[in-house]
Design a protein around this ligand. Sequence first.
Ligand code: NAP
Length: 427
Amino acid sequence: MAIGIGLLGSGVVGGALLRRLIEDRQALGARTGLDLEVRKVAVRSVDKARDFTIPRHLLTTDPEEVVGDPGVHLVVEVMGGLNPAGELVRKALRAGKAVVTANKELMAARGSELLDEAAKTGVSLLFEASVGGGIPIIRPLTETLAGEPLSRVMGIVNGTTNYLLTRMSEDGAQFEDALHEAQAKGYAEADPTADVSGSDAVAKAAILASLAFGTVVHPAQVYREGIEDVQAVDVAYGATLGYVLKLLAIADKAEEGITVRVHPTFVDSSHPLAAVRGVANAVFVEGPEVGELLFSGPGAGGGPTATAVLGDVIDAARELLAGPRVTPRVRFGPGRIVPFEESITKWYVRLRVLDAPGVLAAVAAAFGQADVSIKSVWQEGRGDEATLLMITHDAKEANLRAAVASLADLDILKEVAASIRVQSDEP
Ligand SMILES: NC(=O)c1ccc[n+]([C@@H]2O[C@H](COP(=O)([O-])OP(=O)(O)OC[C@H]3O[C@@H](n4cnc5c(N)ncnc54)[C@H](OP(=O)(O)O)[C@@H]3O)[C@@H](O)[C@H]2O)c1
Protein backbone atom coordinates (compact mmCIF):
# COMPACT_ATOMS: atom_id res chain seq x y z
CA MET A 1 0.00 0.00 0.00
CA ALA A 2 1.28 3.48 -0.88
CA ILE A 3 1.59 5.93 2.03
CA GLY A 4 0.06 9.27 0.96
CA ILE A 5 2.19 12.24 1.96
CA GLY A 6 1.12 15.87 2.19
CA LEU A 7 3.58 18.76 2.56
CA LEU A 8 2.80 21.99 4.35
CA GLY A 9 5.44 24.21 2.70
CA SER A 10 8.04 23.61 0.04
CA GLY A 11 10.79 26.15 0.69
CA VAL A 12 14.44 25.49 1.60
CA VAL A 13 13.70 22.26 3.52
CA GLY A 14 10.40 21.23 1.90
CA GLY A 15 11.80 21.72 -1.61
CA ALA A 16 14.86 19.54 -0.90
CA LEU A 17 12.59 16.89 0.64
CA LEU A 18 10.10 16.97 -2.23
CA ARG A 19 12.84 16.48 -4.83
CA ARG A 20 14.00 13.33 -3.06
CA LEU A 21 10.50 11.96 -2.46
CA ILE A 22 9.63 12.39 -6.15
CA GLU A 23 12.93 11.75 -7.97
CA ASP A 24 14.11 8.93 -5.66
CA ARG A 25 10.73 7.25 -5.12
CA GLN A 26 11.85 3.95 -6.67
CA ALA A 27 15.23 3.92 -4.92
CA LEU A 28 13.62 4.76 -1.56
CA GLY A 29 11.13 1.96 -2.13
CA ALA A 30 13.97 -0.48 -2.83
CA ARG A 31 15.85 0.59 0.29
CA THR A 32 12.94 0.74 2.73
CA GLY A 33 10.22 -1.44 1.27
CA LEU A 34 7.89 1.58 1.45
CA ASP A 35 5.98 3.29 -1.33
CA LEU A 36 5.95 6.96 -0.38
CA GLU A 37 3.65 8.96 -2.65
CA VAL A 38 3.38 12.76 -2.46
CA ARG A 39 -0.27 13.65 -2.90
CA LYS A 40 -0.51 17.34 -1.99
CA VAL A 41 1.81 20.32 -1.40
CA ALA A 42 0.70 23.62 0.12
CA VAL A 43 2.67 26.78 -0.65
CA ARG A 44 1.92 30.48 -0.41
CA SER A 45 2.55 31.24 -4.06
CA VAL A 46 1.85 28.74 -6.85
CA ASP A 47 3.70 30.80 -9.48
CA LYS A 48 6.97 31.28 -7.57
CA ALA A 49 10.12 30.11 -9.39
CA ARG A 50 11.63 27.16 -7.48
CA ASP A 51 14.82 25.09 -7.68
CA PHE A 52 12.61 22.02 -7.98
CA THR A 53 9.51 22.43 -10.14
CA ILE A 54 6.53 21.03 -8.28
CA PRO A 55 4.06 19.13 -10.51
CA ARG A 56 1.09 21.49 -10.90
CA HIS A 57 -1.57 18.91 -9.93
CA LEU A 58 -0.01 18.56 -6.44
CA LEU A 59 -0.08 22.26 -5.60
CA THR A 60 -2.54 24.18 -3.47
CA THR A 61 -2.41 27.48 -1.62
CA ASP A 62 -4.84 26.17 0.99
CA PRO A 63 -2.99 24.19 3.69
CA GLU A 64 -6.34 22.92 5.05
CA GLU A 65 -6.68 20.94 1.83
CA VAL A 66 -3.52 18.98 2.72
CA VAL A 67 -4.67 18.21 6.24
CA GLY A 68 -8.24 17.38 5.13
CA ASP A 69 -7.30 15.14 2.18
CA PRO A 70 -8.35 11.54 3.00
CA GLY A 71 -5.56 10.28 0.71
CA VAL A 72 -2.91 11.97 2.89
CA HIS A 73 -1.84 9.65 5.74
CA LEU A 74 1.25 11.56 6.77
CA VAL A 75 1.64 15.35 6.96
CA VAL A 76 5.08 17.00 6.81
CA GLU A 77 5.04 20.50 8.32
CA VAL A 78 7.91 22.56 6.86
CA MET A 79 6.21 25.95 6.65
CA GLY A 80 7.61 27.24 9.95
CA GLY A 81 6.22 29.68 12.55
CA LEU A 82 3.53 29.17 15.17
CA ASN A 83 0.49 30.12 13.09
CA PRO A 84 -1.12 28.56 11.17
CA ALA A 85 1.39 25.66 11.52
CA GLY A 86 0.31 24.83 15.11
CA GLU A 87 -3.39 24.44 14.38
CA LEU A 88 -2.71 22.54 11.16
CA VAL A 89 -0.51 20.04 13.02
CA ARG A 90 -3.15 19.66 15.75
CA LYS A 91 -5.90 19.07 13.18
CA ALA A 92 -3.80 16.49 11.33
CA LEU A 93 -3.07 14.58 14.57
CA ARG A 94 -6.74 14.72 15.58
CA ALA A 95 -7.66 13.27 12.20
CA GLY A 96 -5.33 10.32 12.93
CA LYS A 97 -2.56 11.37 10.53
CA ALA A 98 1.11 10.98 11.44
CA VAL A 99 3.01 14.29 11.49
CA VAL A 100 6.67 15.10 10.88
CA THR A 101 7.84 18.65 11.57
CA ALA A 102 11.12 20.60 11.40
CA ASN A 103 9.65 23.49 13.39
CA LYS A 104 11.65 24.24 16.57
CA GLU A 105 9.54 27.28 17.39
CA LEU A 106 6.37 25.19 17.40
CA MET A 107 7.85 22.21 19.26
CA ALA A 108 9.41 24.48 21.91
CA ALA A 109 6.18 26.40 22.49
CA ARG A 110 3.55 23.65 22.08
CA GLY A 111 5.48 20.37 21.91
CA SER A 112 4.02 18.73 25.00
CA GLU A 113 0.43 19.63 24.05
CA LEU A 114 0.92 18.31 20.50
CA LEU A 115 2.63 15.13 21.73
CA ASP A 116 -0.38 14.56 24.02
CA GLU A 117 -2.67 15.00 21.05
CA ALA A 118 -0.61 12.45 19.08
CA ALA A 119 -0.74 10.00 22.01
CA LYS A 120 -4.54 10.32 22.20
CA THR A 121 -5.01 9.24 18.58
CA GLY A 122 -2.08 6.82 18.70
CA VAL A 123 -0.09 8.40 15.85
CA SER A 124 3.52 9.57 15.53
CA LEU A 125 4.67 13.17 15.88
CA LEU A 126 8.36 13.22 14.93
CA PHE A 127 10.64 16.28 14.94
CA GLU A 128 14.28 15.22 14.41
CA ALA A 129 15.05 18.23 12.20
CA SER A 130 13.84 20.76 14.78
CA VAL A 131 17.24 20.80 16.52
CA GLY A 132 20.62 20.56 14.82
CA GLY A 133 19.37 20.27 11.20
CA GLY A 134 21.01 17.15 9.80
CA ILE A 135 22.49 15.96 13.12
CA PRO A 136 20.65 13.01 14.69
CA ILE A 137 20.00 14.19 18.26
CA ILE A 138 16.26 13.92 19.00
CA ARG A 139 16.16 10.18 18.28
CA PRO A 140 19.28 9.46 20.39
CA LEU A 141 17.72 11.38 23.30
CA THR A 142 14.27 9.79 23.04
CA GLU A 143 15.29 6.25 22.06
CA THR A 144 18.93 5.23 22.37
CA LEU A 145 19.46 7.14 25.61
CA ALA A 146 15.91 6.71 26.94
CA GLY A 147 17.19 4.65 29.89
CA GLU A 148 20.03 6.98 30.87
CA PRO A 149 19.49 9.57 33.65
CA LEU A 150 21.29 12.31 31.71
CA SER A 151 22.97 15.08 33.68
CA ARG A 152 23.91 17.53 30.93
CA VAL A 153 23.14 18.48 27.35
CA MET A 154 25.27 21.31 26.05
CA GLY A 155 25.60 22.46 22.50
CA ILE A 156 26.31 24.85 19.69
CA VAL A 157 22.86 24.90 18.13
CA ASN A 158 23.01 28.03 15.97
CA GLY A 159 25.29 28.07 12.94
CA THR A 160 25.10 31.83 12.31
CA THR A 161 26.44 32.81 15.72
CA ASN A 162 29.09 30.09 15.60
CA TYR A 163 30.28 31.46 12.27
CA LEU A 164 30.47 35.01 13.70
CA LEU A 165 32.38 33.91 16.81
CA THR A 166 34.74 31.77 14.70
CA ARG A 167 35.59 34.82 12.55
CA MET A 168 36.10 36.91 15.67
CA SER A 169 38.37 34.36 17.34
CA GLU A 170 40.37 33.14 14.35
CA ASP A 171 40.74 36.39 12.40
CA GLY A 172 40.23 39.04 15.08
CA ALA A 173 37.16 40.37 13.25
CA GLN A 174 34.85 42.85 15.00
CA PHE A 175 31.24 41.69 15.50
CA GLU A 176 29.70 44.13 12.97
CA ASP A 177 32.24 43.27 10.24
CA ALA A 178 31.77 39.54 10.75
CA LEU A 179 27.99 40.00 10.59
CA HIS A 180 28.10 41.91 7.28
CA GLU A 181 30.34 39.25 5.80
CA ALA A 182 28.04 36.45 7.04
CA GLN A 183 25.04 38.22 5.47
CA ALA A 184 26.89 38.54 2.14
CA LYS A 185 27.68 34.80 2.22
CA GLY A 186 24.11 33.81 3.11
CA TYR A 187 25.07 32.55 6.61
CA ALA A 188 23.02 35.26 8.34
CA GLU A 189 19.53 36.58 7.61
CA ALA A 190 18.99 40.21 6.55
CA ASP A 191 17.37 40.54 10.00
CA PRO A 192 19.73 38.47 12.16
CA THR A 193 17.96 39.22 15.46
CA ALA A 194 16.61 35.72 16.16
CA ASP A 195 20.10 34.26 15.76
CA VAL A 196 22.37 36.85 17.40
CA SER A 197 19.98 37.49 20.31
CA GLY A 198 20.03 33.78 21.17
CA SER A 199 16.26 33.27 20.80
CA ASP A 200 16.65 30.61 18.08
CA ALA A 201 19.01 28.74 20.42
CA VAL A 202 16.53 29.16 23.31
CA ALA A 203 13.83 27.23 21.42
CA LYS A 204 16.31 24.42 20.74
CA ALA A 205 17.59 24.46 24.34
CA ALA A 206 14.00 24.11 25.60
CA ILE A 207 13.40 21.08 23.34
CA LEU A 208 16.71 19.41 24.26
CA ALA A 209 16.25 19.97 28.01
CA SER A 210 12.63 18.72 27.95
CA LEU A 211 13.63 15.51 26.17
CA ALA A 212 16.85 14.90 28.11
CA PHE A 213 15.29 15.35 31.56
CA GLY A 214 11.66 14.33 30.90
CA THR A 215 10.26 17.59 32.26
CA VAL A 216 8.64 20.23 30.08
CA VAL A 217 10.89 23.29 29.88
CA HIS A 218 9.20 26.27 28.25
CA PRO A 219 11.30 28.80 26.26
CA ALA A 220 10.32 31.47 28.81
CA GLN A 221 12.14 29.40 31.49
CA VAL A 222 15.41 29.48 29.56
CA TYR A 223 17.84 32.28 30.47
CA ARG A 224 18.97 34.13 27.34
CA GLU A 225 21.87 36.39 26.48
CA GLY A 226 22.96 36.98 22.86
CA ILE A 227 26.32 37.78 21.30
CA GLU A 228 25.55 41.36 20.17
CA ASP A 229 27.75 42.89 22.86
CA VAL A 230 30.71 40.53 22.52
CA GLN A 231 33.90 42.47 21.85
CA ALA A 232 36.81 41.14 19.81
CA VAL A 233 39.21 42.18 22.59
CA ASP A 234 37.60 39.74 25.05
CA VAL A 235 37.68 36.91 22.50
CA ALA A 236 41.42 37.63 22.14
CA TYR A 237 42.06 37.88 25.91
CA GLY A 238 40.13 34.62 26.36
CA ALA A 239 42.39 32.92 23.83
CA THR A 240 45.49 33.94 25.78
CA LEU A 241 43.93 32.32 28.87
CA GLY A 242 43.22 29.08 27.00
CA TYR A 243 39.53 29.63 26.19
CA VAL A 244 37.40 29.75 23.04
CA LEU A 245 34.16 31.76 23.03
CA LYS A 246 30.97 29.97 21.93
CA LEU A 247 27.25 30.70 22.16
CA LEU A 248 26.17 27.66 24.13
CA ALA A 249 22.81 26.19 25.01
CA ILE A 250 23.41 24.50 28.36
CA ALA A 251 20.93 22.27 30.19
CA ASP A 252 22.03 20.80 33.52
CA LYS A 253 20.23 18.53 35.92
CA ALA A 254 21.39 18.28 39.52
CA GLU A 255 19.75 17.55 42.89
CA GLU A 256 18.39 21.11 43.12
CA GLY A 257 16.69 20.80 39.75
CA ILE A 258 17.11 21.77 36.12
CA THR A 259 18.93 24.84 34.79
CA VAL A 260 18.64 25.83 31.14
CA ARG A 261 20.50 28.79 29.66
CA VAL A 262 21.81 30.27 26.44
CA HIS A 263 24.71 32.73 26.64
CA PRO A 264 28.19 33.45 25.32
CA THR A 265 30.49 31.05 27.13
CA PHE A 266 34.23 30.56 27.31
CA VAL A 267 35.08 26.86 26.99
CA ASP A 268 38.51 25.27 27.50
CA SER A 269 40.33 25.19 24.16
CA SER A 270 40.76 21.42 24.71
CA HIS A 271 36.97 20.85 24.99
CA PRO A 272 35.44 19.08 21.93
CA LEU A 273 33.00 22.00 21.44
CA ALA A 274 35.93 24.43 21.06
CA ALA A 275 36.87 22.69 17.80
CA VAL A 276 33.40 23.14 16.26
CA ARG A 277 34.03 25.91 13.72
CA GLY A 278 32.04 28.03 11.28
CA VAL A 279 28.38 27.19 10.68
CA ALA A 280 28.71 23.66 12.11
CA ASN A 281 26.58 22.59 15.09
CA ALA A 282 27.36 20.10 17.84
CA VAL A 283 25.60 18.73 20.88
CA PHE A 284 27.51 17.27 23.82
CA VAL A 285 25.59 14.86 26.08
CA GLU A 286 26.67 13.51 29.47
CA GLY A 287 25.27 10.69 31.57
CA PRO A 288 26.55 8.65 34.52
CA GLU A 289 26.68 5.33 32.66
CA VAL A 290 27.26 6.31 29.05
CA GLY A 291 29.84 9.01 29.81
CA GLU A 292 30.34 11.77 27.25
CA LEU A 293 28.90 11.76 23.73
CA LEU A 294 29.32 14.30 20.96
CA PHE A 295 26.94 14.66 18.01
CA SER A 296 28.16 17.09 15.37
CA GLY A 297 27.56 18.12 11.77
CA PRO A 298 25.61 20.50 9.56
CA GLY A 299 23.01 22.28 11.69
CA ALA A 300 21.02 23.73 8.80
CA GLY A 301 20.65 23.81 5.01
CA GLY A 302 18.04 22.23 2.76
CA GLY A 303 19.91 18.98 2.00
CA PRO A 304 21.01 18.00 5.53
CA THR A 305 17.73 19.09 7.14
CA ALA A 306 15.68 17.22 4.52
CA THR A 307 17.69 14.07 5.33
CA ALA A 308 16.53 14.31 8.95
CA VAL A 309 12.93 14.95 7.86
CA LEU A 310 13.04 12.06 5.41
CA GLY A 311 14.29 9.73 8.17
CA ASP A 312 11.26 10.71 10.25
CA VAL A 313 8.94 10.22 7.27
CA ILE A 314 10.29 6.68 6.75
CA ASP A 315 9.97 5.91 10.47
CA ALA A 316 6.41 7.28 10.68
CA ALA A 317 5.40 5.43 7.51
CA ARG A 318 6.68 2.15 8.96
CA GLU A 319 4.61 2.76 12.08
CA LEU A 320 1.50 3.53 10.04
CA LEU A 321 1.88 0.17 8.33
CA ALA A 322 2.75 -1.72 11.52
CA GLY A 323 -0.51 -1.33 13.36
CA PRO A 324 -3.33 0.84 14.52
CA ARG A 325 -1.60 2.60 17.45
CA VAL A 326 1.88 3.89 18.20
CA THR A 327 3.28 3.83 21.75
CA PRO A 328 4.41 7.41 22.60
CA ARG A 329 8.21 7.77 22.71
CA VAL A 330 8.17 10.80 24.96
CA ARG A 331 6.62 11.20 28.42
CA PHE A 332 6.95 14.21 30.67
CA GLY A 333 6.81 14.30 34.47
CA PRO A 334 7.34 16.86 37.22
CA GLY A 335 10.69 18.55 37.86
CA ARG A 336 11.99 21.74 39.43
CA ILE A 337 13.38 24.48 37.18
CA VAL A 338 16.05 26.28 39.20
CA PRO A 339 15.70 30.11 39.15
CA PHE A 340 18.59 31.44 37.07
CA GLU A 341 19.96 33.61 39.91
CA GLU A 342 20.77 30.37 41.77
CA SER A 343 22.77 28.85 38.93
CA ILE A 344 26.49 28.42 39.47
CA THR A 345 29.33 29.06 37.06
CA LYS A 346 32.84 30.49 36.77
CA TRP A 347 33.35 33.96 35.32
CA TYR A 348 35.77 35.99 33.25
CA VAL A 349 35.58 39.66 34.26
CA ARG A 350 37.41 42.54 32.55
CA LEU A 351 37.70 45.81 34.44
CA ARG A 352 39.16 49.16 33.43
CA VAL A 353 40.65 50.67 36.59
CA LEU A 354 43.00 53.44 37.66
CA ASP A 355 46.58 52.26 37.74
CA ALA A 356 46.99 53.03 41.44
CA PRO A 357 48.22 51.14 44.51
CA GLY A 358 45.57 49.13 46.36
CA VAL A 359 43.31 48.56 43.33
CA LEU A 360 43.62 44.81 43.42
CA ALA A 361 42.93 44.64 47.15
CA ALA A 362 39.81 46.83 46.78
CA VAL A 363 38.41 44.69 43.96
CA ALA A 364 39.21 41.45 45.79
CA ALA A 365 37.48 42.78 48.91
CA ALA A 366 34.32 43.69 46.96
CA PHE A 367 34.19 40.23 45.41
CA GLY A 368 34.92 38.55 48.73
CA GLN A 369 32.03 40.39 50.41
CA ALA A 370 29.68 39.03 47.75
CA ASP A 371 31.05 35.50 48.33
CA VAL A 372 32.81 35.31 44.97
CA SER A 373 36.31 33.96 45.15
CA ILE A 374 38.86 34.96 42.55
CA LYS A 375 40.94 32.18 41.02
CA SER A 376 43.42 34.26 39.04
CA VAL A 377 44.11 37.87 38.08
CA TRP A 378 46.14 39.57 35.34
CA GLN A 379 46.90 43.25 35.26
CA GLU A 380 48.07 45.26 32.26
CA GLY A 381 48.97 48.95 32.71
CA ARG A 382 48.49 51.69 30.13
CA GLY A 383 49.42 55.17 31.41
CA ASP A 384 47.21 55.99 34.41
CA GLU A 385 44.76 53.27 33.43
CA ALA A 386 45.01 49.50 33.83
CA THR A 387 43.07 46.51 32.58
CA LEU A 388 42.29 43.89 35.17
CA LEU A 389 41.31 40.41 33.95
CA MET A 390 39.91 38.02 36.50
CA ILE A 391 38.73 34.42 36.44
CA THR A 392 36.54 33.47 39.39
CA HIS A 393 35.92 30.12 41.02
CA ASP A 394 32.38 28.74 40.82
CA ALA A 395 30.00 31.48 41.95
CA LYS A 396 26.25 31.89 42.20
CA GLU A 397 24.83 34.12 39.44
CA ALA A 398 23.24 36.45 42.01
CA ASN A 399 26.53 36.78 43.95
CA LEU A 400 28.57 37.65 40.87
CA ARG A 401 26.01 40.30 39.92
CA ALA A 402 26.15 41.72 43.45
CA ALA A 403 29.96 41.79 43.31
CA VAL A 404 29.96 43.62 39.97
CA ALA A 405 27.30 46.08 41.19
CA SER A 406 29.31 46.85 44.33
CA LEU A 407 32.35 47.77 42.20
CA ALA A 408 30.45 50.86 41.04
CA ASP A 409 31.07 52.39 44.51
CA LEU A 410 34.85 52.20 44.08
CA ASP A 411 36.60 55.41 42.95
CA ILE A 412 39.27 53.39 41.24
CA LEU A 413 36.84 51.75 38.80
CA LYS A 414 36.44 53.23 35.33
CA GLU A 415 34.29 50.51 33.78
CA VAL A 416 33.20 46.89 34.12
CA ALA A 417 34.05 46.27 30.48
CA ALA A 418 32.95 42.63 30.20
CA SER A 419 31.68 39.72 32.24
CA ILE A 420 31.44 36.36 30.48
CA ARG A 421 30.59 32.96 31.93
CA VAL A 422 33.22 30.23 31.78
CA GLN A 423 32.43 26.53 31.37
CA SER A 424 35.55 24.76 32.53
CA ASP A 425 36.19 21.42 34.16
CA GLU A 426 39.29 22.84 35.83
CA PRO A 427 38.79 23.41 39.57
N1 NAP B 1 16.29 26.21 6.47
C1 NAP B 1 16.97 25.42 7.31
O1 NAP B 1 18.17 25.22 7.16
C2 NAP B 1 16.23 24.78 8.46
C3 NAP B 1 16.95 23.93 9.33
C4 NAP B 1 16.29 23.30 10.38
C5 NAP B 1 14.93 23.53 10.56
N2 NAP B 1 14.26 24.40 9.73
C6 NAP B 1 12.84 24.62 9.96
O2 NAP B 1 12.11 24.13 8.85
C7 NAP B 1 10.95 24.91 8.66
C8 NAP B 1 10.94 25.43 7.21
O3 NAP B 1 12.08 26.23 7.00
P1 NAP B 1 12.50 26.70 5.54
O4 NAP B 1 13.85 27.31 5.68
O5 NAP B 1 12.30 25.60 4.56
O6 NAP B 1 11.42 27.88 5.27
P2 NAP B 1 11.05 28.60 3.92
O7 NAP B 1 12.14 28.41 2.90
O8 NAP B 1 10.63 29.98 4.26
O9 NAP B 1 9.77 27.79 3.39
C9 NAP B 1 8.49 27.93 3.94
C10 NAP B 1 7.50 27.26 2.99
O10 NAP B 1 6.20 27.30 3.58
C11 NAP B 1 5.28 27.93 2.68
N3 NAP B 1 4.31 28.67 3.49
C12 NAP B 1 4.58 29.52 4.51
N4 NAP B 1 3.43 29.98 5.05
C13 NAP B 1 2.42 29.39 4.36
C14 NAP B 1 1.01 29.46 4.43
N5 NAP B 1 0.40 30.23 5.35
N6 NAP B 1 0.28 28.72 3.57
C15 NAP B 1 0.89 27.93 2.64
N7 NAP B 1 2.24 27.82 2.54
C16 NAP B 1 2.99 28.55 3.38
C17 NAP B 1 6.12 28.81 1.77
O11 NAP B 1 5.44 29.03 0.54
P3 NAP B 1 6.17 29.80 -0.69
O12 NAP B 1 7.24 28.88 -1.16
O13 NAP B 1 5.13 30.00 -1.70
O14 NAP B 1 6.71 31.07 -0.11
C18 NAP B 1 7.39 27.96 1.64
O15 NAP B 1 7.22 27.00 0.62
C19 NAP B 1 10.98 26.00 9.72
O16 NAP B 1 10.24 25.62 10.84
C20 NAP B 1 12.46 26.08 10.08
O17 NAP B 1 12.68 26.54 11.40
C21 NAP B 1 14.89 25.00 8.68
